[in-house]
Design a protein around this ligand. Sequence first.
Ligand code: FAD
Length: 336
Amino acid sequence: MNQKTDVIIIGAGPVGLFAVFELGLLSLKCHLIDNLDKIGGQCAELYPEKPIYDIPARHSITGQELTDELMKQAKPFDPTFHLNQQAEKIEKISDGWKLTTSSNQIIQAKCIVIAAGAGSFVPRKPPIENIDQYENKSVLYAIRNKSLLTGKKIIIAGGGDSALDWTNDLAATSEVTLIHRRKEFRAAPDSVAKMLELEKQGKIKFEIGQIHSLTDENGILSGVNIKNDSEIKLLKTDFLLPFFGLKMELGPVANWGLNLYENLIEVDTEKFETSIPSIFAIGDINFYPGKLKLILSGFHEAALMAQKCFNYCHPEKKNVFKYTTSSKDLHKKLGV
Ligand code: FAD
């Protein structure tokens, strides 16, 4: 079933979240799409614990605290989130846009706001030629349904937090082998200590090596050949979980016919509209002369974008600019 809203925001990073608030002040409703399983973009994914020092009026705030505060500010406007899916395709319709996500959700809106940062976060994949034929079946880059792995043979590859956390977590329910190119890890020291203890107790196995190739039986993954120096060893498995971190890709947005400048979307500086009317780009994803990739720049861009979105959504109405301090009844709407 098609869902309808005023504005679709692609990207639930700090700038997409603040856009909900700015659009909400003008009584515009939003749906947000993000291909991560959580909100907060780079702040929540890359540096949740790091303090940011240049958010106005905050002496210091961590990436996760900023995300939580922005969500608190957006919540009264009741945004709808579509997480774990990518904005894939857009189509012009008579009164706006129809957007299809990678989970086949269809959303219609008058305007689209691209707040996609440096692009979609996608997993770094091992360079194995035929790996795509097993992906989302027996090769998983994220665990969405843990019960699928119960009682199974699992190979986890990687030396960072995800690899170690999942090794420790699944040790009780699955037959886990962790593989990494050396016995040194980038994960939190207590996770490393726990994994080494599990290995000592024989509750998990550890092998030094890198994924060399995959084997299968009747099209179903049956093993992973790992390479250590010149030696190749076959490990039998039901699942392979490569956890090599995430990278960013502009993805499908690149094919929507927008004017681009070195993988960024060109916008004007009056309303942050792209070369296609009623499609806007704010935050790290946009380009204009003098652009600074700062969260506060994205906040300013969101405020100006919202004014123009209002004109597209309500061409018959005049938008009278108001301070939040003098907006009647706003405190009731915000619950403050
Ligand atoms: P992002 O935070 O990148 O969020 C974009 C979201 O869009 C992502 O979640 C992505 O998954 C999603 N997305 C993209 N394409 C699609 C698609 N097609 N479909 C669905 N979802 C999609 N800035 C400061 O101002 N001060 C600092 O001190 C500071 N420190 C930083 C420290 C580090 C380590 C890093 C990495 C960055 C730092 N930054 C800092 C930069 C700041 O994090 C970015 O400017 C900010 O995150 C940009 O916000 P955004 O909402 O535009 O994009």
